[in-house]
Design a protein around this ligand. Structure first.
Ligand code: ASP
Ligand code: MG
Length: 453
């Protein structure tokens, strides 16, 4: 039995946090492969260093070193500290070398290389700490572990097949011989051998990809909250932790779930039916959220209600649009070219509406200019919020939409756009931002805490 255990930034962000993480790791009963984020704040620090420029290099190195070494001194002593320092200096030399060479700054993958430095050092700290607890452990960079990535800078995707063969050679033998590998999350190595990150928060995805590549039995995401909640507790104080969800529900919620889990984490796990557990490293005794394949019905009709604000509906109008599929394709293509995230799409016979961030409206209008002669008009409605309700088999439950919209009416809100049917576990719709909080509270009390069926 093999468990991939991923620890996020706050779970490795201080000496105490690292102690807790190491204790959780050594007390696990299965074989394990550990994946880590950078210590909390370090990735932001590195990104700021990239903005500041190479002339601040010495200050950057000094602060970076201080943050890691002060923690190492609290955790490691004597020979153990010396052994750590030796590996630390090697990695630090490499970091200095890359950052200080002006020619590197124009490399398209340079930002990936610098922003992923934190993981190389948190993994080292944790591996050495695990050794002090009487276990064999080794820190591996993604290069050493054989994690292969492809795609654009700062937005890589893991090549699962090649990663599986790389890790089969490099990581599996370690596990078999009783070593606990501690691997850097957040990035893989592209074809040119350069670090390519998986986007911010991408260590969760790295852990899922590693779990997939190693055919793990479980992927544990250790973080600083108890798991997915039925609503944001700042909006709904009596929100509860969701103990079980299936992959589809988790995939929908990950986009809204207050960064509990990187949305791309689900797919590599789902592909091989590997369960994912979200656990709180500050309270390991808590059950957390278990995401798996089972379709056990829950008692409440909805599992979670989430919202996303600062959105706009952009409606493109053209007569008989429904019969002009190629025009629809061109409209969508313009948005694709502008690389704008779209949170929902809804169509009628003569209109197609896109839900986008308020800040992207100008860009979307600009990108439509090229096909302006083909369309009749564009309307924009700003400052709306998307409400996302997630629950078992929503599509198959008779009357659920009517009940949900009945509750929205009782909250005094007008529904501006609806997206239903694309997923059988979620019903998403848009309301004016001024009514969004009330809608979330009303749905939560009626369908989750109220437990009505
Ligand atoms: N350290 C990276 C970030 O802050 C990756 C991660 O934490 O998942 O985005
Ligand atoms: Mg994270």
């Amino acid at each position: 039995m093999l468990t991939v255990m991923k620890f996020g930034g706050t779970s490795v962000g201080s000496a105490e946090a690292l102690e807790r993480a190491a204790d959780i790791i050594v007390s696990a009963k299965t074989n394990r492969v550990v994946v880590v984020s950078a210590m909390s704040g370090i990735t932001n620090f590195l990104i700021a260093a990239l903005e500041d420029g190479a002339e601040h290099a010495e200050r950057v190195f000094a602060e970076f070193e201080e943050r890691h070494l002060s923690v190492a001194k609290q955790l490691l002593e004597g020979d153990r500290y010396d052994a750590f320092l030796k590996e630390f200096e090697e990695r630090m030399d490499r970091f200095r070398e890359v950052f200080s060479e002006p020619a590197n700054w124009s490399d398209p993958y340079f930002r990936d290389c610098i922003s992923s430095q934190g993981e190389r050092f948190s993994s080292l700290l944790l591996a050495h700490l695990i050794r002090t607890k009487g276990h064999k452990s080794e820190a591996l960079t993604s290069e050493q572990a054989g994690i292969v990535a492809f795609g654009q800078p700062l937005n890589g995707t893991c090549d699962l097949e090649r990663t599986a063969s790389g890790m089969g050679m490099k990581v599996k033998p370690l596990v078999t011989s009783g070593v606990i590998p501690v691997i850097t999350g957040f990035y893989g190595i592209n074809e040119e051998g350069k670090p390519l990150t998986f986007g911010r928060g991408g260590s969760d995805y790295a852990a899922a990809a590693i779990g997939n590549a190693l055919d793990a039995d479980m992927i544990e995401i250790w973080t600083d909250v108890n798991g997915f909640m039925s609503a944001d507790p700042r909006i709904v104080p009596d929100a509860v932790t969701i103990e079980e969800m299936n992959f589809s529900e988790a995939a929908e919620l990950a986009y809204f779930g207050a960064k509990v889990l990187h949305p791309r984490t689900i797919e590599p796990a789902r592909m091989k039916h590997i369960g994912v557990k979200i656990k709180n490293s500050y309270h390991p005794e808590n059950f957390g959220t278990h995401i798996h394949n089972l379709r056990r019905k829950s008692d409440s009709r909805l599992k979670s209600v989430a919202m996303k604000s600062d959105l706009s509906i952009v409606t493109v109008k053209s007569g008989e649009l429904a019969y002009r599929i190629k025009l629809i394709a061109r409209i969508v293509d313009r948005i694709g070219d502008a690389d704008i995230p779209v949170y929902a799409i809804s169509t009628s016979l003569s209109t197609i509406a896109f839900l986008v961030h308020n800040n992207d409206v100008t860009r979307i209008l600009g990108s439509m200019e090229a096909i302006r002669h083909e369309i009749e008009g564009i309307d924009v409605k700003s400052d709306v919020s998307l409400i996302c309700t997630v629950g078992d088999d929503l599509l198959d439950r008779l009357g659920i939409s009517g009940d949900v919209f009945g509750a929205v009416k009782d909250a005094g809100a007008n529904v501006e756009m609806i997206s239903e049917g694309a997923s059988d576990v979620s019903l998403n719709f848009v309301v004016p931002t001024e009514s969004a909080l009330e809608v979330v509270r009303c749905l939560h009390s009626r369908f989750i805490t109220g437990g009505c069926e």
